[in-house]
Design a protein around this ligand. Sequence first.
Ligand SMILES: NC(=O)c1ccc[n+]([C@@H]2O[C@H](COP(=O)([O-])OP(=O)(O)OC[C@H]3O[C@@H](n4cnc5c(N)ncnc54)[C@H](OP(=O)(O)O)[C@@H]3O)[C@@H](O)[C@H]2O)c1
Length: 268
Amino acid sequence: MNISGLWALVTGASSGIGWQISEQLAAKECNIIAVSNQAGQLEELKQQLEQSHRVQVVTINQDLAREDAAKSIFDYCQTQKLVVDILVNNAGMLMYGEMVDSAYDTMKSILQLHVTTPALLCRLFGNGMKERRSGFILNVSSISAVMPYPTISVYGPTKAFLRYFTRAIRTELKPYRVHVSCLIPGATDTPLNAPFGADMSFGRKAGIVKGPEFVARAGIRAMFRNRALCIPGILNKIIVLLFPLIPASLISMVNRHRVRKSMNKKEQ
Ligand SMILES: NC(=O)c1ccc[n+]([C@@H]2O[C@H](COP(=O)([O-])OP(=O)(O)OC[C@H]3O[C@@H](n4cnc5c(N)ncnc54)[C@H](OP(=O)(O)O)[C@@H]3O)[C@@H](O)[C@H]2O)c1
């Protein structure tokens, strides 16, 4: 696939999987529109990519959890005459804990970040791809999409939206030669899990946790081979098949135990 000179817009490009996707696309001489809310890291990415590859990098410092995020990115690209042929909706955040106790603004942000903004970016940029009869969209979901479980009650279901939205628009856009794929990473060694104190080093050595470069490579390959779904790693493929079979009664039992334990701890 020759993507030299095309423009790819990557959200969440300042870190982890998004950084790797940007770097690997730039290595194929694809120009990058790197979006996130970390101006310093975006600038670092721009310098690194422009020094190492024959590409242009445009950075957009934007909070993607804002209601007008998708429209303002699209308008900026229109005014700068940047034609986006590859859209990677990758930005995400993790939220852990009981939904009713979560900070209102955090819950609002994750809904916006995983549902509204990526869907509207697909709407805005997908329309031009349809007209040009070419384009690629890669939406980054998660294996948590098959886990409507307590304590990840917002993260998992928002990722499930992305998974099924991708499947539906893939079929809609297929006749117009616009390829839409969904990347479903499992545990990946990136800063995403850091606020929750997760130590990924053992999992990485054991091969359970993947590196962001591996996940990015698998996602890019799947997008250009027009695969519907990409689940990097054998263990993750097994999880996606088996976890939906876990009975709700078992999940409920484990949750009752968790609640009892935390109430006892509070009483002590
Ligand atoms: N790591 C895993 O185990 C794992 C597993 C399954 C799926 N995923 C998914 O993979 C995707 C990439 O995550 P990652 O692991 O690479 O994590 P990461 O290193 O934390 O990268 C997430 C990116 O999204 C950006 N972002 C978050 N909130 C934003 C906002 N409001 N506005 C603009 N940018 C924002 C981050 O910028 P900031 O630095 O400002 O937050 C960062 O650039 C996410 O959608 C995640 O849900 C990850």
